[in-house]
Structure formats: structure tokens, C-alpha cells
Write a new protein. Structure first.
Length: 144
């Protein structure tokens, strides 16, 4: 039996952060005797370095769960060709209750994000979107 699920949001997982990627490009650019563009280096960081996704969703109205999909490759390298596979549908699991208030739900979501960062220590999780919206969303209403 499948439980009802509701997608809350997704976070992208990158092989490295944008600053590090651009530093690598600058190093590459200095080694090449002719003019190169970021496309010559492999493309934009946002699309080239992505290696996975974290999907935060509600399962059965009793849990916040995180599903992790990652690229199908032994070595995570810069590439334009990616195939994503399910790594785990329970990368992080936290119980929720009807009587939880919005501040408690916000804290729980932060805990889930922090837990994912601990489980992926050598990766960069782009939390820009959720950092800008987390405190301004009525999660009790969203989860309902």
C-alpha cells in the first residue's frame, strides 16, 4: 500500500560549490594559450556540477521524508551527460504531529537539511531557495 505523499521542495546537490568551480575555471583558463569560455570548460556550474537531488516530502501525513537521487557513476566528475538513480527514499525521516506549530515545523525542516549535510560531507547542497523562504512559509498549512 502506498502512503499519500506531498512534495514540499527539492534541493540540488553539487560536486563542489560555485566559487570552487569558478576557481578551477580560472586555473584552466590560465593554462590554455587561447581564449576560452565557461562553455569550453564544461558549462555553467548550476548544470554541470549537479550530482543529485534531495526531495523533501510528506509521507502519510505523519513523516517528513527525504529522498536522495544521485548520478549513476562511480566517480563524480564534471560532465554534461547524467543519469539519476534513487539512492535512498529514506535519506532522512522525521515524525510530524498534528499539534506541531509552525516554528516547530521550521526547526524540524532545518534539522532534516542539517542531517543531509552531515550525510553528504564532501558535497555542496544549495539551500539558497529554502533559506529565503523557510521562515516566511506557513508549513502547518502546507503540510495539512
Amino acid at each position: 500500500m502506498l502512503l499519500n505523499t506531498k512534495l514540499l521542495f527539492e534541493l540540488s546537490v553539487y560536486r563542489k560549490n560555485e566559487t570552487s568551480y569558478l576557481q578551477d575555471f580560472k586555473t584552466y583558463e590560465k593554462k590554455i594559450p587561447y581564449s576560452v569560455t565557461i562553455e569550453d570548460f564544461g558549462g555553467l556550474w548550476e548544470y554541470n556540477e549537479i550530482i543529485g537531488y534531495l526531495k523533501f516530502y510528506i509521507s502519510g501525513k505523519t513523516q517528513i521524508r527525504v529522498e536522495y537521487k544521485e548520478t549513476y557513476a562511480k566517480r563524480k566528475v564534471k560532465t554534461k551527460k547524467k543519469t539519476f538513480i534513487l539512492n535512498s527514499d529514506s535519506f532522512c525521516v522525521r515524525g510530524i504531529y498534528k499539534n506541531m506549530d509552525n516554528l516547530t515545523l521550521i526547526q524540524l525542516i532545518r534539522e532534516c537539511i542539517d542531517h543531509c549535510k552531515i550525510r553528504l560531507p564532501k558535497r555542496y547542497i544549495n539551500t539558497t531557495f529554502i533559506d529565503n523562504t523557510l521562515d516566511h512559509t506557513d508549513w502547518k498549512l502546507v503540510i495539512k
